[in-house]
Design a binder for this molecule. Structure first.
Ligand code: ADP
Ligand code: MG
Length: 480
């Protein structure tokens, strides 16, 4: 039986997808050259004043709404004071006592089932700049492009209990922020980052153990690994009867280890006080409702709908609701065809692998709903068989051609031959050309049927209906 229970709480920073920073008009593009997006406001020059970005507030409220948080109607910003070279003002503007969203939950699925993970809060804050230590032996370089970028910090309760749950939670947050379009979720570029707080306690105990905090995990894989490492390390310490130190640690992906960066005092004194340069701000119920109305239906709802209404498997439904652009595409077409399962197969099979190979995304697919429906009805009416449609017609559709699928198959002379005489000729041609195989088949090697079908497919250049071919072959081969 397991002796300890792991307890994990995550702090996730998501960079909001606004065109300008939280308190200035500076641009937010990631590809800017160093220190390109910096105005005197970002650099904290004397005499400058911050001005709040309304769009950022709206995006933060959206996240709170989909997490079923309570939205604080009365808000103000707070100053969090500390000195660091990448923080030119000497303080960060954040929220302390009045987070914009209170409570809430994030639904996760793991191998042990489904659960809601409780949130403590979601608050708005500005990012700091970036210190770069590895480009010069003696100097630290500073890039202030990131200073003042709008972030939300999503703080969970200590409510996760394994590395798998922590990974599932972050995966779900990434999916949700992308789904509602408030953050691009790009962990490599740092748009989504995570700090993991980990402790262990005896199974059955209510009291939280001393925690360690692993900072700045920038991939889901790293989060999972860092949590695994810490659970094992803490277990060893406690098993030896030693005391866990409350530490801030860092994860070294190259060596697969964590190491202490500082041992934390109980409470850091940031001398928080209400930000005097920004007025408090209030939301009306109408304002919150108007934001709520802009939200799309969520992946969980669509997942249920695809199973209940469209009769898809949970596996297909899960994959189709992985990304909103895919799900939107599916729904556009699924609304006007009975070939829903067929369409799911086309999207999740050949189209998905086309996207992987060409490093494209679902938004890049420009095929119109009408063309999709034309394509699907060509298959369902037997004008072309599925594999030929996928191999020959789909690539042309995906290459942004403006030609209708029904014209493509005419053009390529791919219309399936339902003419029995023609198919019979092909079948006879194949059977007479392979007398040895025919003998083997008749002696009982029935598995050869697939080979014969394949040969007819070659001879007919794919135009013979495989069902008809199989029937004809069987009747010829089985007659003595
Ligand atoms: P700080 O901002 O100093 O890191 P917080 O009190 O805001 O401190 O906690 C941050 C995160 O740590 C939260 O997600 C919380 O759930 C988690 N946490 C707090 N105590 C523990 C603990 N003993 N074990 C695991 N996680 C914890
Ligand atoms: Mg913390």
């Amino acid at each position: 039986m397991q002796k300890y229970e792991a307890v994990i709480g995550l702090e996730v920073h998501a960079q909001l997808a606004t065109n300008s920073k939280l308190f200035s008009g500076d641009a937010t593009n990631f590809d800017a050259s160093p220190n390109q997006n910096v105005s005197p406001i970002t650099l904290g020059h004397p005499g400058t004043l911050p001005r709040m970005n309304k769009k950022a507030v709206e995006l933060a409220i959206k996240m709170g709404l989909i997490c079923k948080s309570e939205i604080s109607t009365h808000n103000y910003f707070a100053r969090k004071n500390y000195f660091y070279a990448d923080l030119p003002k000497g303080y960060q503007i954040s929220q302390h006592t009045t987070p914009i969203c209170i409570g809430g939950r994030v639904h996760i699925k793991t191998s042990s089932g489904e659960r809601d993970i409780k949130l403590t809060r979601i608050h708005l804050e500005e990012d700091a700049g970036k210190s770069i230590h590895d480009q010069d032996d003696a100097l630290t370089l500073l890039d202030y492009n990131r200073a003042g970028m709008p972030l939300i910090e999503i703080v969970s309760e200590p409510d996760l209990h394994s590395a798998e749950e922590a990974a599932a939670y972050l995966t779900q947050i990434r999916k949700l922020v992308r789904w509602i379009g408030i953050c691009d979720g790009n962990m490599e570029e740092g748009s989504l980052r995570c700090d993991a707080n980990i402790s262990i306690r005896l199974v059955g105990s209510e009291k939280l153990g001393t925690r360690v905090e692993v900072k700045n995990l920038n991939s889901i894989k790293h989060l999972k690994h860092a949590v695994e490492i810490e659970i094992n390390r803490l277990t060893d310490i406690v098993d030896k009867g030693e005391k866990v130190l409350q530490q801030t640690r860092s994860y070294d992906a190259d060596n697969g280890i964590t190491f202490a960066i500082r041992t934390k005092e109980d409470a850091e004194d940031y001398r928080y006080f209400p930000e005097p340069d920004l007025a408090p701000f209030y939301f009306t119920k109408e304002y919150i409702n108007s934001i709520s109305k802009q939200l799309p239906s969520l992946p969980e709802q669509r997942f249920e709908q695809y199973i209940q209404v469209f009769d898809l498997t949970p596996y297909d439904a899960e994959q189709l609701t992985e990304e909103k652009s895919l799900s939107d595409l599916f729904e556009c077409v699924a609304g006007s065809t009975n070939q829903k399962k067929q369409f799911a197969n086309v999207l999740l099979g050949p189209v998905k692998s086309f996207l992987n190979h060409s490093s494209k995304s679902w938004e890049d697919i420009k095929i119109s709903t009408d063309d999709w429906i034309d394509f699907l009805s060509l298959i369902s009416s037997g004008k072309i068989n599925f594999s030929l449609a996928v191999q020959k017609v789909l690539p042309i559709m995906l290459s942004d051609s403006n030609t209708r699928p029904s014209e493509i198959i005419q053009h390529l002379d791919l219309v399936q031959d339902a003419d029995t005489d023609q198919v019979k000729t092909w079948v006879t041609q194949v059977v007479t050309s392979m007398p040895d195989k025919v003998t083997e088949y008749r002696k009982g090697k029935k598995g050869l049927i697939g080979m014969f079908v394949g040969e007819v497919k070659k001879v007919s250049k794919g135009k013979a209906d495989p069902k008809m071919v199989t029937q004809l072959l069987e009747s010829i081969l089985n007659e003595k």
